[in-house]
Structures are given as C-alpha cells and as structure tokens.
Design a protein around this ligand. Structure first.
Ligand code: F0G
Length: 458
C-alpha cells in the first residue's frame, strides 16, 4: 500500500498450529538428553523454531488446492507438465530433472561431473553441496569476495564471487574444473545476495575457460528482490525478469524447492546440455524415480508449481525481506553483533564477537545457540566450527566465522513471535560473558553438526 510505513503480511491466517510452552527446567533436561545438539531435540519441545527456513514454510490455500489436484500417474502426469512449465517460465533450461530435495540434485550432478582430481568452485558451498562434491573425491573451493567474510562489512552484494581469484583458480586448475557454481543467496556467508553484474563477470570468465556455470538457486527470489532493491538500474523491474536474466547467464541449476519453491519438500536439477541431462536421468531413475516425477509425488509437483508463482510476487517479497530485516534492526538496536547487512532468509548472530572468551574450537556458536534454547525455547543453528571445522582428513581447523543462524520460515511467524525472539537474544547477550564452550564427545566422519554429541566445558 502506497503511503504507509508499516509493511504487513500480505495474507491472513485460516489454519493455526499450537506451539508449546516449556519451563527452563524441562529445557535443561531436554538439552542434556539431546547431547547439547539442537538437532537432537523433539520439535514440540521448541517454542519458536528458527533451525531452518527449509521445508518449514506455510503453504497457501492455492497450494493446498494443488495438493488435491495432484495426479499420481507414474508417467506423464499433468502435474509434471505444470511443474515443468512453471520452472521453465522462470528458468528456461532445456532439461528439468525433478528430485526429492536439493541435495539429491547435487548428488546426481556431482556423481556425473565430479570425481578424484576434479575441482568445483563456488562463492561458498553449502554444507551438503561441499559434502556431495567431496564424496566423489573432488575438492571444493570457496571464492567469495573478501567483504563476504567480514561480518560487519555492509557491502550490498556480499555473496559476490571474487573474480580475480576465480580467474586465478581456473588458470591453476585448468582442465580439472567441470563447473563453477554461484549460490544465490550465499547461505553459508549470511544469506547475502549476488549482483547481476557479478554474475555477468563470472559468466565472462567461465566462457574464457569454457567451463559451465551453475546456479545453486535455493533462494533465487530473495536474491532477485535484493538485486531490485540494491543494484543500480534494477529498481523498476519485475522480479520475474531479473530471475530470467540470472538464468540466462547460467548453463544449469540445482534447486531445493523447500526454500523459494514455497513447498515442504522437492527440488530439481536443470541443464541445457543434452548429454549431461541423459547421464543425470540415468542416475535419477536409479535413485529417485521416473523422469516425470523423480523423487516427488504428483501433489508435491503441484505445490511447487504454484509456489513458484507466489514466491516472485512483489508484495510477498517486500514482506519477506522486510520481516527478516525487522529482527536484525531490533538486535542491532540492542547492540548485539550480527552479520551485516541482514540477509534474505535469516539473521546471523556473530558468536565470536559475542563470546570472545570462547576459543573457536570450543564452539562459541554452539554456546550461543544452546543458550537461546535454554533461555526462551528458541532454536537456531550453529554455522561455524561445528559445521565447517572438520576437514576431510579428519583434522580440525576453525571456521572463518562463528555464527548462529536464526532462519525465518516463510509465512509462519508473526511480528510478536519475532519480538519475543529479539527479547530472548537480548537476555542471552546480556550474560554472554558467562557462557561456556563445549567439547565434542562423539561425532560422525562427515556432516557432524547433525549428530555430534557435546559436553559443556567446566
Ligand atoms: N544449497 C543451499 C544453498 C542450501 O541452503 C541447501 C539447504 C541446499 C543446497 C540443500 O537443499 O536441503 O533441499 O537438500 N539448506 C537448508 C538450510 C538445509 O537449512 O539452510 P536440501
């Protein structure tokens, strides 16, 4: 609405889901039982769940109507054709390969293009992306711009690829790089956007080295909205056109529909290369399903098809980006260090700045994340040395940043929920100097943050 300062939720609520209050004593016991790993909690013991924005969004009435419409035919379902058409209207790649979520698309693609001696370059690999690259024996390099590693830097496109280092890496590894990836938005670096100008730069360099460019597009609509808001000359454009511009610069994409697909499950891989598509479809049939449903039910294909229309709506995106920034504004006003500028899907607390007394390999992010749960039943996610500190050779090294991500599910929480979260953060920050670090008691060889067990340090 023109002329108003308050940006409201562009929807009303017709179905509600109760959330459960717990006592501090209960939360202490639950956390101990979970080995101080927030992934180990039962979610009904969590009051406000900001663990992830992935698959946790609320669907619209039209998406639920699509769930009813879903046609479950094994081959050639009309739901498949609606799904494919909705993807191609934004991302006109020749081949769309449906998968049950983003990492299944990664697994298939890297099984084909990865392998020992290969190098995949990304602005920043998300944890499953890196794990899927490394699982094939390939190595994963992150080349985000230097500002992207500085939490206080207010660069408008902190997700941008460092073009100089990209060129150097492609020179050094010439002949061994099967793909360059750009993750939009850059989740592991704080949900930061990548500019169209930077994507054009990446494209030009890829062309010079004849290397294909892929988008890890999980949060493509949020990225496009921030391009519209921040990039010179983009302010009057339709977000759909900005998305098509991004797609036109790439040779393919991986996607988790659990984010900007506005669905609870789903994903896809899309490519232009016919031979690559053929090899990927062979693996798809082996591990996911027939090419017109992949890892999904017809009803899921419908929910995603409709979600892709809703996610590029300007009123939705204005509300979405503003409501995330609202939490960031409140925390900043309390003097709590956060990653600046606030990203699209999450606010990231800078746990290293909050707890300078906790060494990186005593996991300051884990200390802050567990404190938020104990204080107010809020569940966030450590994105620091627990998640990234374990190297493939089994040794540990501190992560570049020690963050706690408060990811905002789409269309789920109201402003008073967010006010409550800010109050919980404030209470934790007030006594952050009393927080203690952790040691890891047991952990698996990869993706340890999901199942590691911790003990608080004395
Ligand atoms: N790429 C990015 C940038 C992601 O953020 C994720 C998932 C994936 C790939 C994998 O997709 O979960 O559907 O298999 N991110 C979630 C998160 C899990 O919490 O940030 P998936």
């Amino acid at each position: 609405m023109d002329g108003f300062r308050t940006i409201i939720e562009p929807f009303r609520i017709k179905s509600v889901e109760p959330i459960r209050m717990t006592t501090r004593q209960e939360r202490e016991a639950k956390l101990r039982e979970a080995g101080y790993n927030l992934f180990g909690l039962h979610s009904d013991d969590v009051l406000i769940d900001l663990l992830t924005d992935s698959g946790t969004g609320a669907m619209s009435s039209e998406q639920w109507a699509g769930i009813q419409r879903g046609d479950e035919s094994y081959a050639g379902s009309p739901s498949w054709f609606r799904f494919e058409a909705s993807i191609k209207s934004l991302f006109p790649f020749r081949h769309v390969i449906p998968t049950h979520q983003g990492r299944a698309a990664e697994k298939i693609l890297f099984s084909v293009i990865g392998g020992p001696g290969k190098v995949i370059i990304n602005n920043t690999h998300f944890d499953t992306t890196r794990a899927n690259v490394e699982y094939t024996g390939a190595s994963a390099i992150d080349l985000v711009i230097p500002e992207g590693r500085v939490p206080s830097s207010t660069h408008p496109f902190k997700g941008n690829m460092d073009l100089g280092r990209l060129e150097a890496a492609l020179t050094e590894h010439r002949g061994h790089v099967p793909a360059v990836f750009v993750t939009i938005t850059n989740n592991s670096g704080g949900g930061q956007p990548v500019s169209l100008e930077n994507l054009r730069g990446v494209r030009a360099i890829c062309d010079r080295f004849s290397v294909p460019l892929f988008l890890d597009s999980c949060r493509f609509a949020e990225n496009a909205w921030m391009i519209r808001e921040r990039e010179p000359g983009q302010g009057d454009r339709d977000v759909k056109d900005i998305v098509r511009d991004m797609a036109a610069l790439a040779d393919g994409m991986t996607m988790s529909a659990k984010k900007d697909g506005l669905a609870n499950i789903g994903g896809w891989l899309a490519v232009n290369d016919d031979e690559l598509a053929r090899r990927c479809r062979e693996l798809l049939i082996l591990t996911e399903g027939f090419p017109t449903y992949g890892g999904l039910a017809g009803r899921d294909l419908e929910a995603i098809a409709r979600g892709l229309e809703e996610v590029v709506d300007h009123d939705y995106l204005r509300y979405r980006i503003r409501s995330t920034a609202y939490l960031g504004d409140k925390l900043r006003a309390f003097g709590i260090p956060i990653v600046e500028p606030v990203g699209g899907h999450a606010v990231y607390l800078d746990a290293r700045a909050m707890c300078p007394h906790i060494a990186p390999l005593q996991y300051p992010g884990q200390a802050v994340a567990t404190a938020l749960y104990l204080e107010g039943g809020v569940r966030g996610c450590e994105i620091g040395s627990v998640m990234f500190g374990l190297r493939p050779d089994g040794t540990e090294a501190p992560s570049a940043l020690e963050l706690v991500r408060l990811a905002i599910p789409r269309r789920v929480y109201t402003q008073s929920h967010v006010d409550f979260v800010a109050e919980v953060c404030c209470k934790v920050a007030e006594r952050a100097n009393e927080l203690r670090g952790y040691r890891i008691v047991s952990s698996p060889p990869a993706l340890r943050h999901f199942t590691a067990r911790f003990a608080p340090l004395a």
